[in-house]
Write a protein that binds this ligand. Structure first.
Ligand code: MG
Length: 203
């Protein structure tokens, strides 16, 4: 399986990192070794002094497809969860300043914790989904899918031009404002609506 991730999909997050608003989705990949499941602890890597949390809604791909037209995108995912796109911001800044690819900053081991998923049928309106992240019990990020620059269907149509989607692939759909550094001992809890789907510690 593969993990496809979208960057710069929420205006306020683009502003907090002083990035430009993209005219098409910013896409990157993480390998399957980035997955961290079952609320296992995240062991802070030694290569970074500034690992940021990016709480994101995650789509689970339900069948194979490529060149999916936007009006059919909804047929290609059947579950939505919440995950963290951990980012070594210090390494990413170095890569960006040299115009180099970001992989070491984004795709390292365990950089994609995921929690439980909810079936799409449980959502009344996919363009109005609230989600939030608590760290040590404090609200640190909250978003709503109405704030996305590129909605789920647009993302699937766009990325499937380049990458064949396969059943079980995951798509991280971008983070809202409020990203910040995590430290050893932090307790992260991710919610969609009032349902807690993700709950793990940084060790
Ligand atoms: Mg992200």
């Amino acid at each position: 399986m593969k993990i496809i991730a979208i960057g710069r999909n929420y205006a306020e997050h683009i502003e907090e990192l002083n990035n430009e608003q993209p005219s098409s989705p910013v896409v990157f990949l993480k390998p399957d070794t980035a997955l961290l499941k079952n609320n296992a602890p995240f062991y802070h890597p030694e290569f970074s002094k500034n690992i940021h949390h990016e709480a994101e809604l995650v789509l689970k791909v339900s069948k194979e497809g490529k060149y999916i037209q936007k009006q059919f995108s909804h047929r290609y995912f059947d579950e939505i969860g919440i995950g963290i796109d951990f980012t070594a911001r210090d390494l990413q800044d170095q890569c960006k300043s040299k115009g180099l690819p970001w992989e070491i900053a984004k795709a390292f081991n365990n950089s994609a914790p995921i929690g439980g998923f909810l079936p799409v049928s449980e959502f009344k309106d996919l363009s109005d989904i609230d989600f939030h992240l608590l760290i040590n019990g404090e609200l640190r990020q909250k978003g709503n899918t109405s704030m996305m620059l590129f909605d789920f269907d647009s993302i699937i149509a766009y990325v499937s031009q380049f990458f064949t989607l396969k059943k079980g692939d995951l798509i991280f759909t971008g983070t809202p404002a409020g990203v910040g550094k995590v430290s050893i001992g932090d307790h992260l809890e991710g919610f969609i609506g009032d349902k807690k789907l993700l709950d793990f510690e940084v060790k």
